[in-house]
Design a protein around this ligand. Structure first.
Ligand SMILES: Nc1nc2c(c(=O)[nH]1)N[C@H]1C(S)=C(S)[C@@H](COP(=O)(O)OP(=O)(O)OC[C@H]3O[C@@H](n4cnc5c(=O)[nH]c(N)nc54)[C@H](O)[C@@H]3O)O[C@H]1N2
Ligand SMILES: Nc1nc2c(c(=O)[nH]1)N[C@H]1C(S)=C(S)[C@@H](COP(=O)(O)OP(=O)(O)OC[C@H]3O[C@@H](n4cnc5c(=O)[nH]c(N)nc54)[C@H](O)[C@@H]3O)O[C@H]1N2
Ligand SMILES: [Mo]
Length: 868
């Protein structure tokens, strides 16, 4: 499949001039053996290096992707190439003082950095023309032409100038530091990750929905992990920390639509629930608690508002309280476990037993991940979850907690014990501002940005909705996918890839920087190859272990091929755009790394404050070749660099032990929660107002279950009579161990270890004549994908699951994505405060009678093919 590719030329022209490559080339029998890439087999390179008697060295290396872990990743470097990897062995492992161990992805990093499919040169699309874009329909299927950096940057600068002069900065979608200085581009935003959680966390709980210290988890009797799968999706130590709680006697319950790896490997009990129906399950539990008087009424009375008619905020109609909604006092619908079961699918007896258990086991940790909030009307899940948790009174106490935890899972909980300093580089603001994923102030006047669900419609049709300000128009002519670091992959990771491809093919110019031809780059006109953190001068710092440890990673190898760092790209583009390069790129990477080191702080032994982490001498400064002042700290810079990790020693009961919300629990008058009322708000007017202000959906101030768009009800044409519709299944898109989002999906070893398969229940499979391994067609209202099936009883009937992040491989003739990128199936229906409801979707699955898919580890890699 792979014809002549750039790689052959790479090795003969530029890279082979380097000493080490010459050596391997000789050892491997000349360039022919290398035609498959320098990772033609890293094993071969390794063998060659060993044969040649070369000795390498271990260095601490970066693992920079968005999985939530920042684990210790060490690389064995032989002449600039990494031949093997290992993880944290900087100190012996123990539960109190754990190693920061990496996963299969981190340990595959060398296959990414040295992969045959690395972007090697600046390239332009063969049929691209400045001014018009040439034949734009060829984006994504054109051939590529290698060009020089000077040509590439001149073309990018000229197109940017032309588009800004012709249409203004609002004609550019996305921005970065450099473009911000040139007037900016229209930013995109959304609650892509934490779902609906930030607003309920802020407005109901005053952001006191965090976790206790990991060591305190050992004091709990019951740990509920709602919508969580840390074994797959909490990189680093969280699962290990949960395991310590279990060893200390905690019972663990997992509540998810699938019997996931965590339910299997860690939990004592699994409680199944249909996706997007958690609010119903929780309200059914509340009914059992209330009717059996199991709620912690003293806690509710003292610390919360809105639970019953006598504890409502002033002016609120007495009927609008949670208790009466649950009992059905005024609407005539008691929210019994049977009522809940019809929606959420959980057995009513299980609901009762579960409610009894959480209400009567103290202390208990009631913890949810973000996944159940990444749903349509997701806030109602968050409202119900916090409320039912608070009904048990497990707040602000040792061994307890009502917790929403992101992808870090159980870790430190409190403020970081050791932190890196700043780089010294000041940000350059975009004139269009942006909403962030967190709780936003919608009265700001300086914002013009597009929610991710509406970006492709905005490009195609010119319209989108700006929260707080209503319908807006925009006329986009260019997509700016040059990021300052991992800039995101808007083509692959945003809703509706089919529409995304049309949008990319509409504009006059698309530019991208990247390390591989990821989906956003494949559909670009010009791609700029960037260095990975393994190739960057000076190295850098990463916070690990929930802020208990700091990692220093070194430069592993010289920049590969013609890859350049983002700072250099910004600087050179600045010159061509008549901007001052010193403003754009004021501090060298090495100086930036040094500044962060010098500013690193560690908590004092008595926990009274922070002190400098590093002792730095004149000699160090001279060796680094940077400017700086000597300073005294806890350990020497040289030791830190050699060790790669500084971790604060911990032991149960130490001075750093953190209990979330303790001050409020101890004295609610003196230490009110940062909410409108100063209490935990079961009735939260601010939340309801905020959701309404965003403009997409509405929810009442108290937790209720309301029917979401594309929820379980919409799998039926008639929900009352239970007549199934054209999309009779619910589709989950979980975070999958093969990848960090789209990153690593190109690694063949990971493809082989974790196949991109669709989970389907045995009953649903039998009905369709599907067996494990069969190719199936998955269809949603938004698109179609092909994938092999995994038939299992580990997922609820009526639910299917596909891991998110596979690199879309659109078959243009049929419109079917062969790779199974879940965003071919996810639609553009923003909800709540700008949430992308990934886990609320309907699908149909059928056996595919066409050609069966070959395993994707046998597919050709995305290596740019030279123009014919
Ligand atoms: N390997 C890997 N790890 C990752 C990432 C990755 O891409 N790969 N990404 C990282 C990032 S950025 C994030 S945000 C986190 C996400 O981490 P989480 O928010 O925890 O999301 P998931 O891991 O997708 O889902 C966790 C579990 O929730 C269940 N679930 C899904 N929908 C629902 C629902 O409606 N109700 C209930 N009760 N359960 C539901 C799923 O079946 C799954 O078992 O993962 C991080 N970790
Ligand atoms: N259907 C569905 N979609 C989802 C989700 C879901 O659950 N379901 N989850 C959502 C979540 S939680 C998140 S956080 C988002 C993540 O969405 P994104 O942040 O958009 O996804 P990534 O794949 O991490 O994008 C990283 C990009 O940076 C590039 N890159 C990697 N290393 C470097 C580097 O060193 N320098 C530069 N310049 N580029 C680099 C990669 O090639 C890739 O294109 O996805 C969301 N999308
Ligand atoms: Mo995320």
């Amino acid at each position: 499949m792979i014809k002549e590719n750039f790689l052959t030329k790479t090795l003969t022209k530029s890279v082979l001039s380097r000493r080490s490559f010459l050596k391997w080339s000789a050892a491997l029998g000349g360039t022919a053996a290398l035609a498959g890439g320098i990772n033609y087999g890293l094993k071969a390179v390794q063998a060659a290096a060993e044969d040649a008697g070369t000795t390498g060295k271990w260095v601490m290396a970066a693992c920079w992707h968005n999985c939530g872990g920042r684990c210790a990743n060490q690389a064995y470097v032989v002449d600039g190439v990494v031949t093997k990897q290992k993880t944290d062995d900087t100190h012996p492992d123990s539960p109190d003082y754990p190693q920061q161990r990496g996963c299969a992805r981190g340990k595959s990093q060398r296959h990414q950095v040295f992969g045959a499919d690395r972007l090697k040169y600046p390239m332009k699309r063969a049929n691209w023309q400045p001014g018009t874009g040439g034949d734009r329909s060829l984006r994504g299927k054109d051939t590529w032409v290698r060009i020089s950096w000077d040509e590439a940057l001149t073309l990018v600068a000229n197109e940017t100038k032309r588009i800004v002069q012709s249409y203004g900065n609002k004609a550019i979608l996305n921005s970065n530091r450099l473009l911000n200085a040139y007037g900016g581009g229209v930013p995109t935003w959304g609650q892509i990750s934490c779902g609906a959680w930030p607003e309920p966390n802020a407005l109901m709980a005053g952001n006191l929905s965090g976790a206790n210290d990991r060591l305190d988890y050992r004091n709990t009797k019951l740990l509920v992990l709602w919508g969580s799968n840390p074994i797959w999706s909490s990189g680093g130590d969280p699962t290990y920390n949960y395991l310590q709680a279990k060893k200390a006697g905690a019972k663990i319950i997992v509540v998810t639509p699938q019997y996931n790896e965590t339910a299997q490997g860690l939990a004592d009990e699994w409680i199944p629930v249909r996706p997007s129906t958690d609010a119903a399950l929780l309200i059914g539990m509340a009914y059992y608690m209330i009717t059996n008087n199991l709620q912690d009424q003293d806690f509710l009375d003292k610390y919360t508002i809105g639970f019953d008619s006598t504890h409502l905020p002033a002016g609120v109609y007495y009927k609008d309280n949670f208790r009466d909604y649950v009992l059905g006092t005024y609407d005539g619908v008691p929210k019994t476990p049977e009522w809940a079961a019809e929606i959420c699918g959980t057995n009513p007896d299980t609901i009762r037993k579960f409610a009894m258990e959480i209400a009567t086991t103290k202390p208990m940790i009631f913890s949810s991940s973000w996944a159940p909030g990444r749903t349509a009307l997701g806030s109602q899940m968050c409202q119900a979850f916090l409320t039912v948790g608070w009904m048990t009174g497990n707040f602000g106490i040792s061994g307890g907690g009502v917790v929403n935890i992101g992808h870090a899972g159980a870790s430190y909980g409190g403020a970081s014990l050791v932190t890196g300093g700043g780089t010294g580089v000041k940000g350059i603001a975009n004139q269009f501002g942006s909403y962030s994923i967190a709780h936003n102030d919608l009265t700001r006047k300086d914002v013009f940005c597009i929610v991710w669900d509406e970006q492709w419609d905005a490009v195609l049709n010119g319209g989108f909705m700006l929260p707080g300000y209503g319908k807006q128009t925009v006329d986009i002519h260019m997509i700016w996918n040059i990021g300052d670091g991992s800039g995101g992959n808007n083509m692959n990771q945003c809703p509706d890839i089919t529409k995304g491809i049309k949008a990319f093919r509409k504009v006059e110019f698309v530019v991208s920087n990247d390390i591989v031809l990821s989906s956003k780059s494949k559909y670009a006109d010009i791609v700029l190859p960037v260095t990975t953190p393994w190739e960057k001068e000076g190295g850098g710092l990463a916070s690990m272990g929930g802020g208990e440890a700091l990692l220093f990673y070194s430069q592993v190898t010289e920049p590969l091929y013609e890859a350049k760092d983002e700072n250099w790209i910004n600087r050179e583009l600045a010159k061509k755009l008549d901007l001052d390069p010193e403003v754009i790129d004021p501090i060298s990477l090495k100086q930036q790394a040094f500044n962060s080191l010098a500013g690193s702080k560690v908590i004092k032994a008595d926990a009274s404050g922070y002190e400098p982490l590093l002792t730095i001498t004149e000699d160090d400064i001279a060796k680094w070749g940077v400017t700086g002042k000597p300073q005294a700290g806890r350990i020497s810079l040289v030791d830190f660099q050699a060790q790669g990790v500084y971790q604060v020693p911990r032991a149960p009961g130490d001075k750093f032990t953190y209990i979330n919300g303790k001050a409020f629990r101890d004295d609610p008058i003196k230490n009110p929660v940062k909410t409108a009322s100063g209490k935990l708000e079961i009735y939260c007017q601010a939340l309801s107002d905020q959701i309404k202000l965003y403009g997409w959906t509405t929810l009442p101030p108290i937790p209720q279950y309301n029917r979401p768009l594309q929820g379980v009800e919409d799998t039926y044409t008639d929900w009352e009579k239970k007549i199934k519709g054209p999309y009779p299944l619910q589709l989950l898109t979980t975070h999958y161990p093969r990848r960090s989002h789209s990153v690593f999906d190109n690694i063949l070893q990971l493809r082989r270890a974790f196949p991109q398969e669709m989970w389907i229940n045995t009953l649903d499979a039998e009905e369709r004549g599907i067996k494990t391994g069969d190719t199936v067609l998955i269809t949603s209202r938004w698109g179609k994908v092909l994938r092999p099936a995994y038939v299992t009883d580990r997922i609820l009937p009526g639910v299917v699951d596909l891991g998110e992040g596979a690199w879309v491989q659109m078959d243009e003739a049929t419109g079917i994505d062969l790779a199974g990128a879940t965003n071919t199936l996810s639609g553009t229906t923003p909800t709540d405060c700008g949430v992308q409801p990934w886990n609320t979707n309907n699908a149909q699955v059928e056996k595919w009678n066409g050609e069966q898919l070959q395993p994707d580890y046998t597919w050709p890699q995305r290596i740019p093919i030279k123009e014919a």
